[in-house]
Design a protein around this ligand. Sequence first.
Ligand code: MLT
Ligand code: MN
Ligand code: ZN
Length: 292
Amino acid sequence: MRVRLLGTAAGGGVPQWNCACAACDRAREAGAVRTQDCVAISGDRRSWYLLNASPDLRAQLAAAPELAPGPGPRQTPVRGVLLCTAELDHTLGLLALREAETVTVYGTAAVLDALSGPFPVRGVLGAYTSLAWTPVAVGEPFELAGGLTVTAVPVGAKRPRYAAGAPSTGDWVVAYRISDRRTGGVLVYAPCLPALGGPFHAATAGARAVVVDGTFLYDDEMARATGAGRTATEMGHLPVSASLRDLTRTGARVLYTHLNNTNPLCAATAPERETLAAYGAEVAEDGQTLTL
Ligand code: MLT
Ligand code: MN
Ligand code: ZN
């Protein structure tokens, strides 16, 4: 399996366009840009699937040689999009795929319903392209072209703010366990992870790489950065400081992604990165590739 990390920032990216905090200013000066969370995977390097569709998708696709169109004039190797959540930073990019002949979208019932209702992507996009709207049931493996098997893993029930009126029950947040039937390589992708344990813990068994929620380093990071704000846990993101030890014990390569612009780990020279290195964990970078 080939994996390309197209973007590694949380919603808003790094730097955030309207943020003049010290961290965003530093990133702006250093040109240390992180685009919003998105991954591309392939089992055969011909059929590619996107994990989430970030608002930066057009630029991310253009920067990825594997995802270039051809050989036909309008042929694309992008076969579909698997959504972890219905959050705007994971779904706005769907609209950027409207030029495609067909767009196949995989998501749980809760996620697909949100995109048919309060954020009506289905209706809007369906006027431009042929949509294959594909519900995914948690815990039930399904196959993708190119030799990949995928299982959605239920990890949370946090609704997007725009869907506050939608039912609070449902698989609003999932991780994906993706295995390559040829190599046996397993990727677990969990950019929004409120807690360890349960089905998520089971999903990491035998994984070679876990690309996981690194939104915040500390639980009180928002308060540290801005003097106010909810904790990471309250926002549905287990902080790195609370997941590092257990995740690295799984034996998988651990890469933290979906970094918020308040996260000190954004900076390549951050002393906080030494703690990660001591555990053998890494900060994911835009454009990074893995072979599993
Ligand atoms: C999240 O990751 O919790 C959401 O994307 C938050 C947001 O940007 O609205
Ligand atoms: Mn997000
Ligand atoms: Zn900032």
